[in-house]
Every structure is written in C-alpha cells, then in structure tokens.
Ligand binder design. Structure first.
Ligand code: ADP
Ligand code: MG
Length: 889
C-alpha cells in the first residue's frame, strides 16, 4: 500500500530514539498483542509485529533506517481505515493494542506523549462491525484446581453479561463451552484438558492458553473492585468459577485501559439446571447451525421469528440451554400460550417491537462512553415504542394474561423510562450526523449557550453572503467566496477575470481554473466565524458528553427494559411460529414418559418434504414395564433419521419453552439429549470415521442417565459387518439393561431386531415402511409396529441409477445369500464350504457358542457396501472386485 511520508517522527535517528523508546515501553506492556503505534496519519507496526501484520493484512513490509545496522522492519495502516484492519486482525485471532498520540503534535514541543488507549481481542468486539446482532459475543475463561472441578466464566462486553459456573469434569466443561459458543477462550494452567478438543471441534474459536495462574486472593480482589461487596457478588459460588470470572474481568480491564466496565453483577448458575446438549448433539441436530455452518436449515432459523436483536439472542440462548425444572418450563410455556390465544395482541405487539432497536447494547455503549449520535436516535425511537407496547398489552382482555405479562393492575413491571425519552427528545436533533464531532447533534433550543454560539455562526455566515454580494458589485461579478478545511475562506476568481482583482487583495493560491485571493475584510470575518464555530463545537461536544453521561447513569434501567422487551419478543415469536405451523403446547412433567402424536420434523417439514410430510407417533417411557428402547429399522431413505431427530427436537423445544411440532405431546423432563446420528466424516480431525463414531458412542454411554434421551443412528456402520453388528448389539443391550433410559436406536442390522423378543415389553421393534412397486421402492415414511421385512437396498440402488446388469446380479446374489447363508454361485466350492453356517444371533449368547466361521471376503465386501452411495461407475468396479474375490487368489 502507498503511504504518505511526511511524518517527521519517522525519518532518521537510531532505533533508540525517544520515539522508539516510547514504542518499546508500550510494546513491553503488551507483549502478546500486535501494537499499533500512532505516528501522524498512520498506525505503525515494528519488528516482528510488522512482519506478522504485513502477512496477515497483505501490507508492504518496509523498514525504518533502511540499510543501516539498526534497520527495523515496519508496516503501517492509515489511521482513518484502522478499524477495518483491526477487524481483520481480530478475525484471524490476533490481539491488538492501540497506542495513540495523546496530544496534537503541532501543539507540543518535542516528543508527542503516547499511550495504549485500548486493547482488543477477538472475544471482546472492537465495534459494531465485529458483533453479530442476533448472537452473544462471549469471551470465556476456564480455570481449574489440580484434579478439581473446572470453573467457567463467560463475559459479553457488548451486553455487560458476566456469568460463571462449575463443571465437574472435562466432558461437562466441553459441553458448556459448546453451548456458550464463544469467540475466544482463555484456558488457565491445569485446564488444558479442554484446550485441544475445543480447538479441534471449533476451528473458528480462538483458544488462548494463559500461562500464569490467577491466585484466589487476586481473583477476589478483582471481583471486589468491580462489584463492591454488594449483592452482585454471588458470594456463595464456587471459588474456581470466581477465578474464571476474575480472569474475564482482568482481561476486560486491560482491554478498556482503565475505563469503567459495564458489568453490574456476576451471575452464578448450575449446569444441572439446563438440559445438556453436547457439541455433537448440537451439531447433529442442527440446532443453531446447519451442517454447512450457516444458520440456514437449522432449527433456530425455523423458530426465530423475533423482531429485535436482544430477543433473537435470548431465543438462541434458550434453545441452547433448555430448562430442566418443570415449573420454570411451564411458566415460559404460559407466556407463549398467552400470545397464541390472543392473536390480535400478538400481532400488535410484534408490530411495535419492530420499531425497537438493540436497547441492551445501546445501554452498554452509553455506559462505556462509546455511543454515537445515531445510537441516541435509536434509543429514542425504541423508548418511543414502549408506552404503546404497554398499552397494547394492557388492553388484552384477559386479566390473568395482563398480570402474567407484567402490565396488570398490580405494580407494573416495566419502567418506560419516560424521563430518558423526554431528555432525548429535547436534546437530540431529528437526524443528526454519524459523528458527534460533525456538529448539529444537539437540538436548537436545548441549551442557551449553544444557541448563542450558533447564532453567531449563522450571523457570520450571513455576513459572508453579504460580503460576497458586495465584492461582486464592486469588482468581479462572477467571483465566489469559498471554504476548504485546509485553506479556510478565500475569494475564487476565474482566469478570465484575474486582471480585475483589486490591488488590496492578496494572492493565496493559484489553481488550474484561476486564482484564489483573500482580503482584510474576509480575514476578519473568517476569524470571527471560526471563533464562533469553535465555540459552538466545543459547547456541543460538552453537551453531548454530558448527555451520554446522564443517560449512562440510567444504563441499568435501560437494560431492564431491554430484558423485558426481549422476553415479550421471544414469547410472541414462539407463539407466532406455533400458530403459523400448527404446533401444540407440550405437557411437561416429572415423569419418564415421552409421547408424541403426529409429530413432525420442523425443518424437513418445511424444506425437503414441504407439503408432503408424514407425521408419526412416538411413545417411550423409562418407567416400569414401559417400552424404553425402540429399535427402528427400515430401508435407506425411509425416514429413520428424520424420526429420531424430530423426537429429540421436540424434547429440546419443549424444555426451551416452545410449543412443539406435533398434535399432542407429553414430555417427562429430560436431563440430557445424547445423539449419535449419521456417519459424518471427520477426516479433518485426523480421525477415521469409525474412531469418531466409537468415541461419540463411548461418550453417549458414559454420560447417559435414566432421565436422558439417547438417539443412536446406525451405530457400527464404519467397520466390518460382524464387528459392527457385535458393537451395535452390545450397545443396544447396555442402553436397555444398564442405563434404562428412553432411547431410539436405528439400525441397518436386521439381526438386532431379535433383541426385542428377548426384552419385551421394554424393548420394541418399529419400522418405517416402504413398498416395492414394480421393482421400485415407494417410501411411505409411516412408522409401524414390528421389524422391517427387507431392506430394499437393491431397489434403492435402482432409484439411484445403478445400471440394470449390476442390479440384476445383485438381486441374484441377494437371493442366494438369503436362501443359503453361504457364498453365491460362482465362488469356489472350497470357499463356499467355509462360509457355510454363517453364525446367527447365538453368537452373542452369554455362553458363547463356537466362534464364528470366518466370512468370505467377497461377502464381507458386499455387506459393507452402502448401496445408495455408489455411483454407477463404483458399482461396476465393485462387481469386478467381487468377482475377483469370488474367484479366489
Ligand atoms: P433414513 O435415515 O431412513 O435413511 P432419512 O430420515 O434420512 O432416512 O430421510 C430421508 C428423506 O426422506 C428425508 O430427507 C426427507 O426428505 C424424507 N422424509 C423423511 N421422513 C419423512 C416423513 N415423515 N415424511 C415425508 N418425507 C420424509
Ligand atoms: Mg439415516
């Protein structure tokens, strides 16, 4: 990039000039950050920072004292574009320290004082551009005592939220981290158990190990300094969680360079209060992100009908942390039901909410003194909507509803902040400029001093107009009085008329089109004007700062308003969805039941199978004699995975406080939803699919309790048939016998369905039906009692376009396999003998029958094939290889 070269600081001098010493001091205080060092119109980076930033930002790497012995690598960015560069550095995970000139260089003798005024790190957004409106922006810290529990704290500096909890082991800590979905995680010494898995699971998250432990006393001092000894202290909470919170606060302090932090309290929460959704369950169920990482196609996208950003954030948080306390869930459902029942109120409330801005983040911007004029306008517009909202709610005909919404006859719950609205209306102009320094932010009539200065200004401007008219009359009719920032006021005369310029005028500048002059009268006037302008600007800056300060003093009230609006927004949005998609209020209780009638998959119903979705019933119960394990079979593409996911989603939605996509639902509260769905490849993690599958299975088996819902989809696919079947079998047994939770288990191993006969009535076979029609398979997507009779694999292959000769051969092979349980014709008889007596299910009897005969490799290969993933070409290659195997070596 090109740069100006007029910064005097930069030229010449040994590397340890005073400026360089200043640089080195600042850098020493922030060794882990890239230091942006303000020099005139640029922020410069030196030494290693310059090399790193040049690469990261694609800047030209130059040098200070080029060629000399003390040459220093250097790179820079223009100050006016700095924020976008900072943003890019943050996105790449860097921490950045911004070192400013603390005085106007033209007004100081010698070296300009400089100070680091702000440090930015990915977990603490630099400005609005770095924030996602509909999502929290968390900086998380994890601490641990040797062999003790983990402490986790999350700080969102854009909303002022600080919350901490304790996790008993690394798995629980990882689940919580997945739920928080942070931008950056500071991992304290001893907590590195979570660092690697976290970095693998979430490549976008910046994982920053912190070498130094934070001592308990130091942590308490940090929290004391922030919160005082008041109620915000949450003093009963865990020490390690408090240390994590202190780590977040300490980081924020460094970032804000001593400015007050917008954190009013430290909330402490119990992990057990929320339904646990670990990383893979979140991903498999596509709760807030679809497989491709975007929000499109996720459950959140389907249910997010919120009108405001705080509402959207609240909904997202609730979806990722559904509750486990029945009373709390019912209270949330009450709120939704209210808006379902009163559709006019809902529509009007939603319309009003559309006028409301992000009051939560606006309140914080005020508190940290980063509010701009237009933020004040947004706040004013938001507050203007509040009384109307309250009116709408208060006119709801149902008195119980009014109480529940907080607008009843008893003490109203919402403070409309009328005083703040009134202040904003009086003080701030209708349509102010983006930056306070541009002037015109404060409304005329708000302040006598400002009005007076402005009057002078306007008077001066009038005088300029008069002077122009006079000069035109007396000298050159076409002249103009103009102004630029650099040259101030001047008389512009075109070439043709230059000769007519009076002698008293002084030449200021020659330009291509003519000459620029000035005269005594203009100079005097310009002086006066500049003075008036300066006075107006100074007064306005003072007023603006005071206004922000006055409003900031009420930041907590604004945050309370924001919280209430967000709660209304979420309830109304969920009601809107429930009404739109015909969802039902779930009956939530402490039982171990899970009954869904005519349940649908909220996303598949809308996208893949729009208009022709077949609803299904599910009835599970972990109580005595109730069917707790369902073995679900059926051909590929029948809808097994969909059924299982929709069941898990219904539970999550219900406990998050939403209606569910079903005609009727009864849900006994679940403590964790554990899933292993599909055979997603994780090669990027350097693990085989099978390894990942087994790890996740192990995780499921270790974490599940009687109160959990386990959804296992096609376990054991990634290995050889017997292996896979054996694992699937023992996993199913363990789930049923030992854990005894509610579970859905889809399998392509038909042998497994035998399990149901030995474990009735607590284990049942169900299948998703299909019909074969003239060689084609027709999916009915309807769940029915009993195991699937056949797998339709060949029919499926036909649908997929596998060529007819391959299909014919596969049909023949299949027939033979099913009849003889031996190798098909074409294989040498020696081999056929070996494959005979293919072991049946007694393989798994406790007594342990004879070990299984070794299966023929061709058979193995054939079994392992996922027919509907074959391309025609692969199918042909497969047949060739099968034949080769069959012919033997
Ligand atoms: P499986 O797991 O049995 O192979 P999936 O659950 O992946 O099948 O479903 C395959 C496709 O079938 C889905 O993408 C969807 O388009 C459709 N489908 C699944 N269930 C239903 C249903 N109940 N009604 C209509 N279409 C469905
Ligand atoms: Mg499936």
């Amino acid at each position: 990039m090109s740069r100006g070269s007029k910064t005097g600081d930069r030229a010449g001098g040994a590397s340890h000039t005073p400026v360089m010493r200043q640089y080195l001091t600042a850098k020493a205080a922030h060794p882990d950050a890239l230091l942006l060092f303000r020099m005139g119109d640029f922020y410069e980076l030196f030494f290693e920072d310059a090399v790193v930033a040049a690469r990261a930002l694609d800047l030209t790497l130059t040098a200070r004292n080029k060629g000399a012995e003390d040459e220093v690598p250097m790179a820079g960015v223009p100050h006016h574009a700095a924020s976008s560069y900072v943003q890019r550095l943050l996105e790449q995970g860097f921490k950045v320290a911004i070192c400013e000139q603390m005085a106007d260089p033209s007004k100081v003798k010698g070296i300009v004082p400089r100070e680091v005024v702000r440090v930015v790190t990915p977990g603490i957004a630099y400005d609005d551009a770095g924030l996602e409106a509909r999502q929290n922006h968390y900086l998380v810290a994890v601490e641990r005592d040797p062999a003790g529990p983990f402490g986790i704290a999350a700080l969102d500096m854009s909303t002022g939220e600080l919350a901490a909890c304790e996790a008993q082991d690394a798995q629980a800590a990882l689940s919580e981290l997945a739920r928080l979905d942070p931008r950056e995680v500071l991992v304290g010494p001893g907590a590195d158990d979570v660092a690697k898995p976290l970095a693998l699971a979430r490549p976008r998250v910046v994982v920053r190990p912190v070498a130094e432990a934070i001592a308990a006393a130091e942590a308490e001092a940090t929290l004391d300094a922030l919160l005082g000894a008041g109620e915000g202290r949450a003093s009963a909470s865990s020490a390690v969680a408090r240390r994590a919170a202190a780590r977040c606060v300490a980081t924020a302090r460094v970032c804000e360079a001593g400015r007050p932090l917008p954190i009013a309290r430290l909330a402490f929460y119990e992990l057990g209060d929320a339904l646990v959704l670990d990383e893979s369950t979140q991903a498999h169920l596509e709760l807030v992100r679809a497989v491709d990482g975007g929000v499109r196609g996720s459950l959140l996208e389907q249910i997010d009908a919120t009108k405001t950003a705080p509402g959207a954030r609240l909904l997202r948080r609730r979806l990722l942390a559904p509750r486990t306390a029945v009373a709390e869930i019912r209270r949330r459902l009450d709120g939704v039901e209210l808006f379902v029942a009163h559709s006019r109120t809902r529509a009007e409330v939603r319309e009003r909410l559309g006028e409301v801005g992000d009051v939560e983040r606006l309140a914080i911007k005020l508190a940290v003194d980063r509010a701009q004029p237009r933020d004040l306008v947004a706040l004013r517009r938001s507050l203007a909507a509040v009384p109307a909202l309250v009116d709408v709610l208060a006119s709801c005909p149902d008195p119980g509803a009014r109480e529940a919404l907080g607008v009843g006859e008893r003490q109203p719950w919402i403070d409309p902040c009328a005083d703040l609205y009134e202040l904003l209306s009086r003080a701030v102009a209708d349509d102010p400029p983006a930056r306070a320094a541009d002037g015109g932010v404060v409304r005329d009539g708000f302040d006598a001093q400002l009005d007076e200065a402005r009057e002078l200004m306007r008077g001066g401007q009038r005088l300029i107009v008069e002077l122009e008219a006079r000069l035109r009359e007396t000298s050159i009719p076409s002249l103009k009085l103009r102004y630029t920032r650099v040259f101030g006021w001047y008389i512009e005369v075109t070439k043709a008329h230059v000769a007519k310029a009076p002698a008293a005028w002084r030449r200021k500048q020659t330009v291509a089109t003519g000459e620029r002059f000035t005269c005594d009268e203009l100079d005097t006037l310009a002086d006066k004007l500049a003075h008036a302008e300066e006075r107006a600007a100074a007064r306005e800056a003072e007023l603006f700062a005071r206004l922000v300060r006055d409003l900031a003093a009420h930041a907590q009230r604004l945050r309370d308003v924001a919280a209430r609006l967000a709660a209304w927004d979420v309830a109304a949005a969920l009601a809107e969805v429930a009404h739109r998609d015909d969802w039902a209020r779930p009956e939530v209780d402490d039982s171990l039941e899970l009954q869904l009638e005519d349940a649908r998959h909220p996303v598949v119903e809308k996208l893949a199978a729009a208009g022709r979705f077949v609803p299904n019933d599910v009835a599970l119960g972990a109580g005595e004699g109730r069917p707790r394990l369902w073995l679900v079979t059926g051909p590929n593409m029948a809808g097994k995975s969909t059924l299982m996911r929709q069941t898990a989603l219904a539970v999550i939605l219900a406990q998050a406080g939403s209606f569910v996509p079903a005609r009727r639902a009864r849900i006994g509260v679940v403590d964790r939803v554990l899933t292993r769905v599909g055979a997603s490849d994780n090669l990027s993690r350097g693990e085989s699919t099978f390894m990942v599958e087994m790890k996740e299975t192990a995780h499921v088996l270790r974490r599940a309790t009687r109160r959990s819902l386990v959804v296992l989809d096609e376990i054991g696919r990634g290995t050889s048939t017997y292996d896979g079947l054996a694992i699937a079998w023992s996993v199913a047994e363990h789930l049923h016998d030992a854990i005894a939770c509610r579970a859905l288990f889809a399998t392509h191993y038909h042998e497994l369905t035998e399990l149901a006969s030995t474990r009735a009535p607590t284990c049942e076979n169900w299948s998703v039906s299909a019909r074969e029609h003239e060689g084609d398979v027709v999916f009915l997507h309807k769940l029915q009692r009993g195991a699937a009779s056949q797998s339709y694999g060949v029919a499926c292959a036909r649908l997929a376009g596998v060529p007819e000769p391959v299909l014919a051969r596969a049909r023949a092979l299949l027939g033979e396999l099913e009849r003889g349980a031996a190798l098909p014709s074409g294989a040498p008889s020696s081999l056929r003998g070996r494959a005979k007596g293919r072991p049946q299910l007694d393989l798994f009897d406790a007594g342990g029958a004879a070990p299984p005969a070794e299966p023929h490799p061709a058979l193995e290969t054939l079994r392992a094939v996922d027919v509907d993933r074959l391309t025609p070409l692969e199918a042909l290659q497969l047949v060739a290889s099968l034949q080769k195997l069959a012919k033997g070596p």
